[in-house]
Design a protein around this ligand. Structure first.
Ligand SMILES: C[S@@+](CC[C@H](N)C(=O)[O-])C[C@H]1O[C@@H](n2cnc3c(N)ncnc32)[C@H](O)[C@@H]1O
Length: 315
């Protein structure tokens, strides 16, 4: 399902309908960049043969200040918590400029015991000219709904380190413990190892300019990243929620992995792109629209964005 409109209104409507039933909520809010983001599409002009770039406003990430940004996010995170199933979890995708504030915010909303992981998504991209270390990671904060309930979690594995393979080969290792349960040494079994249990640093490529999944929507996240979260935190048929749906990456992944999903976005361009993406997968989404009773305070700009595209020749 695709809901267009402000996610605060949509989430409060959902708390009346589906409270306690979301297994995974993935939130990828604007990153406090202070910019407006456009969708850029490239096509070839049939007459001149030149590449034409068309920009359409997608979403606005300008704020009156960090307080406004965090207050708005906090209200939404609190509503998302109400929607989670007891064994469900939320993953909030942010960057290192704000992740420390958002972790404190989530500690307040969920309680510090509900903190489960800080996942570092490490990617490669064109280097920036900066007298600093290249910024090549985002931060994904995972909180469980209830620290006293075992969360849904399917263990995935990654390849063993070369040094481990050299020492132990590809057989499963077993810890040899003393009578107090302290690990004395390792030994190997006859079984093949599935690899090392997946850690919290994930190296996954960004959506490349020539990638088939690229929609041109700004800040689009790779399907492989969301796929991992969905595989670990849900089973087929479980309900996944994405209140900042953008180009519909979460919905597309959930369709492929046979999970039910609800996406929300206030940008007409996002809804258009997500709808088209799902239709291309053979799944026309159910659609709803919600309205906020009163305009949001604390935003530097007015909504909705004018959707008119601007076209210019590239190069
Ligand atoms: C970083 S993008 C999400 C990108 C998405 N994960 C993808 O892969 O395409 C953030 C999205 O949140 C939407 N958004 C921001 N504030 C919102 C709000 N209050 N209600 C609904 N959508 C909002 C923006 O329109 C934008 O599409």
């Amino acid at each position: 399902m695709l809901i267009s409109g402000d996610n605060l209104a949509a989430l409060s409507a959902l708390t009346r309908r589906t409270r306690g039933s979301v297994m995974l909520a993935y939130l990828d809010p604007p990153f406090f960049t202070g910019r407006q983001h456009d969708r850029v599409e490239r096509s070839r002009d049939p007459e001149s043969g030149r590449v034409v770039r068309t920009s359409t406003p997608a979403f606005d990430d300008r704020w009156d200040g960090l307080d406004d940004y965090l207050t708005e996010l906090r209200d939404r995170v609190a509503l998302v918590r109400e929607l989670l199933a007891p064994e469900g979890c939320v993953v909030i995708h942010v960057d290192p400029k704000t992740s420390h504030y958002i972790k404190v915010l989530c500690d307040e909303v969920f309680g510090p015991r509900a903190f489960a992981s800080e996942i570092v998504w490490r990617y490669r991209r064109w280097p920036a000219k900066t007298p600093n270390f290249q910024r090549v990671h985002d931060v994904l904060l995972r909180y469980v709904r209830d620290p006293d309930v075992r969360p849904k979690f399917r263990q995935l594995y990654e390849p063993l380190a070369a040094s481990t393979l050299a020492t132990w080969g590809s057989r499963k290792q077993r810890a040899v413990l003393d009578e107090t349960g302290r690990r004395l040494r390792s030994s190997t079994t006859e079984e093949d190892t599935p690899g090392a249990p997946l850690g919290d640093v994930w190296e996954i490529g960004i959506v490349a300019p020539i990638s088939r999944e690229r929609t041109g929507y700004p800040t689009q996240k790779p399907e492989a990243l969301i796929e991992r979260l969905v595989q670990v935190c849900t089973d087929p048929d479980d309900l996944v929620l994405d209140p900042y749906a953008g180009s519909g990456t979460t919905l597309a992944v959930c369709h492929r992995l046979e999970r039910r999903a609800i996406g929300i976005d206030e940008s007409p361009e996002a809804i258009r792109v997500a709808r088209q993406r799902l239709e291309q997968l053979g799944q026309a989404p159910l659609e709803e629209r919600v309205e906020l009773a009163a305009p949001r305070a604390g935003r530097a700009r007015t909504l909705p964005l004018a959707p008119g595209p601007r076209t210019r020749l590239a190069g």
